[in-house]
Design a protein around this ligand. Structure first.
Ligand SMILES: CC(C)(COP(=O)(O)OP(=O)(O)OC[C@H]1O[C@@H](n2cnc3c(N)ncnc32)[C@H](O)[C@@H]1OP(=O)(O)O)[C@@H](O)C(=O)NCCC(=O)NCCS
Length: 127
């Protein structure tokens, strides 16, 4: 805004490894993290714009799912639901179930898929 960066959002690959069953291999989706808006610019819809525009790009790129670990009162407005509803679990212990959310973008790819979703290894260093 006026040549100043007031917010950011980042998406990076997240994977589900399917070791057995009819479907095998790795399904690659996206993970939303991190995102933030400068305090003095919050509550003006900037965060929402970042998420909505990001999700559009991910849908256009044909990724079948997106995950987010965050505020359970914020992300459902964009269509995220508890990841457990889809049989998706978080890779680290101690995270409240409500805080780990997912959005399915391609039902045909995700049908029958469940398991642990992993962010890139770099995120381990932040946990
Ligand atoms: C979360 C954040 C990115 C939202 O950005 P924003 O530009 O203020 O978002 P918007 O203006 O689009 O939306 C504002 C809404 O978000 C809600 N919100 C903001 N922070 C929230 C939180 N921690 N938990 C729940 N809701 C939150 C506000 O209450 C407001 O709700 P309303 O629309 O019902 O009034 C911003 O508050 C932020 O940078 N927070 C600090 C960093 C952070 O927590 N990042 C997210 C990590 S998961």
């Amino acid at each position: 805004m006026d040549d100043k960066i007031v917010g950011h959002v980042f998406f990076s690959p997240a994977i589900i490894k399917i070791p057995t069953g009819i479907i095998t291999g790795v399904i690659k989706g996206m993970g939303l993290a991190p995102m933030a808006v400068l305090p003095e610019f919050q509550n003006r819809g900037i965060g929402s714009m970042l998420v909505i525009e990001g999700l559009k790009k991910i849908k256009d790129s044909k990724y079948p799912f997106v995950i987010v670990l965050g505020h359970e009162n914020y992300y459902p407005r964009f269509g995220f639901q508890r990841a457990l509803e889809f049989g998706l679990r978080f890779q680290w212990d101690g995270v409240p179930d409500d805080a780990f959310m997912a959005m399915i973008l391609d039902e045909s790819v995700m049908k029958g898929v469940s398991g642990i979703v992993k962010y890139r290894d770099e995120f381990n260093e932040a946990m």
